[in-house]
Design a protein around this ligand. Structure first.
Ligand code: NI
Length: 273
């Protein structure tokens, strides 16, 4: 069965709650479209907890039903994450990267905060609704956000924003006017965007099959239980894929070391300097 239209519709729906908190993704998109580019997404990424009603395996279900297949498993030691990537065999749709935090590796206090939050989620959640940020995500007290942030930026982001796409990724391979990731990065910097990693924004290499860069996350006003605070939301990512030595197809997976650094794009530390 051909799920192509269903998949395109789903990605259009996934874009909405992401773009709502990521104004720069919309403006970068507009900038490239004005230059005549037709944008393709290399991948989207989701974050979740390994406990509660929406672990990685549940969030993957809607994609598996649409014909997606697992393309890799990853362990991020420092960030305490497990992740799985999925690709559609047609090659026509964005890859999906889902990671989950190993909550048991956090302090007892932060585990309790996360359990309290997860206990407030509505019962019988449809994972497809969760992916689209259609569920009523509980508001977190700001002190809890700060406590989580001290130990895991990932946990803080996820507890505040809930399940939604953490980043969309522009496929640089599909751009006509940008033969290299460097040329795109330069265009973005010239247009006033700030990239994660400053003078060395590119993670990965042609040899490992994947080069990536990302913007520093927008800071948005966000409602916590009782008050509103300005916190980093989501970033926009840019990926160029290569054929690895000895292989025939463009590399389809992800590189753990790069992603470990890219995850820092939403790190509040980048915004305090
Ligand atoms: Ni990514």
């Amino acid at each position: 069965m051909d799920h192509s239209d269903t998949i395109s519709t789903l990605f259009a729906k996934l874009w909405q709650p992401y773009a709502a908190v990521t104004p720069q993704a919309q403006s970068v998109q507009a900038l490239l479209q004005q230059e005549g580019e037709e944008l393709r997404n290399d991948h989207v990424a989701f974050r979740t907890y390994n406990r509660g009603p929406l672990p990685l395996t549940r969030l993957a279900e809607p994609f598996l039903k649409l014909g997606y297949q697992e393309s890799g498993n990853y362990n991020f030691e420092k960030k305490r994450l497990d992740a799985v990537s999925y690709s559609h065999p047609s090659g026509e749709h964005p890859r999906v990267f889902i990671s989950e935090l190993r909550v048991q590796e956090l302090s007892e206090q932060n585990q309790r905060l996360i359990d309290t939050l997860l206990a407030r989620l509505p019962e019988g959640i449809d994972p497809e609704d969760a992916l689209q940020a259609k569920i009523d995500w509980p508001q977190l007290p700001y002190e809890d956000y700060q406590s989580l942030q001290a130990e895991s930026e990932y946990a803080a982001w996820l507890s505040a924003f809930g399940i939604r796409v953490n980043h969309f990724t522009v496929s640089v391979n599909a751009l006509k006017g940008y033969p290299t990731l460097e040329s795109l990065n330069q265009r973005l910097v010239d247009a006033g965007y700030r990239l994660n990693g400053g003078d060395a924004p590119i993670q990965g290499s042609a040899a490992c099959g994947l080069e990536q860069s990302s913007t520093i996350a927008d800071r948005v006003d966000w409602n916590f239980a009782g008050d509103s605070q300005k916190i980093p939301s989501c970033y926009y990512e840019f990926a160029k894929r290569y054929i690895r030595p000895g292989e025939k197809e463009l590399y389809d997976g992800f590189v753990t070391q790069s992603a470990d650094r890219i995850f820092e794009s939403t790190d509040a530390r980048h915004h305090r300097a």
